[in-house]
Write a protein that binds this ligand. Sequence first.
Ligand code: SF4
Ligand code: SF4
Ligand code: FES
Length: 365
Amino acid sequence: MAEFTLRLRRYLPESGEAAYWQDYTVELEPHRSVLEGILQVRAEQDGTVGIRCSCRAAICGSCGVRINDRAALACHTHLSAAAAGAKDGVIKVEPMGNMPVIKDLITDFEAVHWKKVRRVTPWLLPDGPPPEREYIVAHEAMVDVTQPMACIQCGACVSDCLSMEVDPEFIGPAALAKAYRFVGDPRDGQHFERLQDLAEDPHGIYDCTHCFNCIEACPKGVAPMSQIMRLRRLATADFQIDDRNNGKRHEQAFTELIEKYGTLFEAELLPRSYGGKFHPRALPELLRSLPAILKAVMRGKVTAMKALHHPKLPDQKRVREIFETVEGREQRYDLNLYISGYDDDADDDVPADAKAGDAKAEASA
Ligand code: SF4
Ligand code: SF4
Ligand code: FES
């Protein structure tokens, strides 16, 4: 047995008081979970502590909280690990972010999470009449969507999403991962319509800032950001959706500049993202960006010299070779937890578990 201090964020709406912190000490074996610690507090010290839980086995997704400032499942976090990661050994537990709090550690999933999941039409929309018996789908096609299907709807990614902090209307990582689950499913007949909808929405796939927080927070390896990038790739490369958010143009400008210079020519990125300096869309967008540009000039990040000239990398040729290799492939590789491979892999020589290991590294890279 060891002693642990839990600092719980309390919020009792019926009391009329603002939220506050309250410390409790529990005695439990170090391998016990933070959830077990909280449940012990509730059973033996303070029956008013509110937490939502069910399976206690990282399956139902209901015990999501923030432990020491990061979203996690309380039932899937050892007390010893949480104490080791705490600043002063005190385990801080608070409700998840980006969602309203109902009471103590319980957040309102309906107000944010489920609303956004419903936004992406989370069911199959097949074309034509259903088959007489079951749909026959290639094994690989279903493997492709296995990663988003592993989601347990715990909301950890939503809690830690930086874009949602700035734009609460952002559809968000969990719902967009769910969207890929149907866009990647060959039985669905609305791939183009779904992608167009998510690309045209100002709070859709181009609202993600690649902060990686959702990948780190997810306890099930869903890697929501990777699913969002797959949606973008399909929207731009396969369906050529020229969205009004300039997402496709921005992606194109980004890759063209890297291919040409090796590093990002920031001063060129903005006008090119709007179709070039002389495109009718460019002027209003540039005017809108003026405060940011002025700030960058004042901080010395942008100078006249930097705006006009950007040096190429000394070994720029190698960057171009990477582009040629990738673009020369007959088909695009979409790597997820379960699909892996390299150009020169002698496929049969690679044991299945080694491939899975490679894929994990790729997925989290
Ligand atoms: S990578 Fe995108 S979706 Fe994921 S947490 Fe960051 S901003 Fe949100
Ligand atoms: S994607 Fe991961 S973190 Fe987000 S809700 Fe699903 S399981 Fe939880
Ligand atoms: S209680 Fe079910 S995931 Fe934690």
